[in-house]
Design a protein around this ligand. Structure first.
Ligand SMILES: [Fe+2]
Ligand SMILES: [Fe+2]
Length: 361
């Protein structure tokens, strides 16, 4: 009986859900075992990436998924040809498939692709947004594989917080090791504030999933960066706002970070999703006619579990129905402000309370 192996060699920096989609599809369509082989170089240390792949094999519970650390242990001295030779020695009778993205092919170049196609079958996996050279596809005699995504391009989108296409255990590892986008957020906020941001992101994500909003990943991304401008000085905030949002310069200073936030998020991470920008720019004050993502971010920001009060009931309300939950959070917030004798000091909060809670202050 013939035996096939997909040598899935990638940075896995980090491992993405799309990569798992590819691996499962390859297993089903080609009847192949999939060997995950992390390459040595990456932003995240190789031991963490290797551990995560081993965890993945256990969690996904697919016996045909295997991890091979030949290249990882070679500390950068081995490449794709040595890797294939190594797999050949382990499984001399197996047919070997090698998945490559468009940029992966460009990186290898025509000559190496030709040599590669003599010892393995090349699967071309299209990654949206990536460059593709049709001439190289021909040289490689590549078979187009229509499912999932491979290559570092895909991982980079996740490192840079442009996507959050991550299995939950990978997201947890990023959060507990402050990797990638969290390492960058550390340049903006205190460790305590970062814990709050991660907590907001996770709660907002679950609420968004339950609410079935269009892009729940946006709730995670918005949660991570919503307080990015929290430590920006008043003078700097005024300078930025004078340029981009002069109409809010009369607002109280505690609101400034919500307006400066989207500008910094764009500058640091290139986040330009208008719904994320809108949600951040009213997360502290609220406003009238908030989009679903804004309601979810507002609620998650006020009730995330590390806030220091028992918010279990409010969290449950938001998980049950994000809109009703938002109204409950808003009402509790107004009650809190009134009990402390605080005046509503800006027009956005005023119009928000009026529209959603229906009473004049
Ligand atoms: Fe905030
Ligand atoms: Fe916050």
């Amino acid at each position: 009986m013939s035996y096939s192996i997909v040598l899935f060699r990638d940075t896995f920096d980090p491992l993405t859900r799309s990569q798992l989609v590819f691996a499962r599809a390859a297993l089903l369509r080609l009847g192949a075992d999939v060997i995950f082989s992390p390459t040595y170089k990456g932003e995240c240390p190789i031991n963490i990436r290797a551990n995560l792949l081993n965890q993945m094999v256990k969690k996904e519970n697919v016996p045909e998924f295997k991890v091979d650390l030949f290249e990882a242990k070679g500390k950068g001295q081995y490449g794709i040809f040595e890797s294939i030779r190594h797999i050949n020695l382990l499984y001399p009778k197996a047919k070997i498939y090698v998945p490559l993205s468009g940029e992966g092919m460009i990186e290898l170049g025509a000559e190496k692709l030709k040599k590669l196609s003599a010892i393995a079958s090349i699967l071309f996996v299209y990654v949206p947004g990536e460059k593709v050279d049709d001439h190289l596809l021909e040289i490689a005699n590549a078979v187009r594989f229509p499912h999932g995504a491979v290559g570092d391009y895909q991982s980079k989108l996740n490192r840079d917080l442009k996507q959050c296409d991550l299995p939950p255990y990978v997201r947890e590892a990023i959060e507990s090791n402050d990797l990638y986008y969290l390492a960058r957020m550390k340049n903006y906020v205190s460790p305590r504030r970062l814990i709050h941001c991660v907590s907001v992101a996770n709660l907002a994500y679950v609420i968004a999933l339950r609410a079935k909003i269009e892009n729940p990943e946006a709730a995670y991304i918005a949660g991570i960066v919503h307080d990015i401008a929290k430590n920006v000085s008043e003078a700097t905030s005024r300078r930025i706002l004078a340029k981009y949002r002069p109409e809010v310069l009369d607002f109280p200073t505690w609101t400034f970070h919500q307006f400066v936030g989207p500008i910094l998020a764009k500058e640091e991470f290139g986040i330009d999703d208008p719904s994320i920008a809108e949600a951040i720019s009213c997360h502290a004050t609220g406003k009238a006619h908030m989009i679903p993502l804004a309601k979810i971010l507002y609620s998650a920001d006020k009730i995330e579990p590390t806030r220091g009060f028992d918010s279990t009931d409010l969290i449950q309300a938001c998980l049950k129905n994000y809109y009703v939950g938002f109204l409950t959070v808003l009402d509790a917030n107004r009650e809190y402000l009134t009990s402390k004798g605080y005046l509503i000091d800006n027009p956005l909060t005023k119009e928000c309370f009026e529209l959603y809670l229906g009473e004049k202050q």
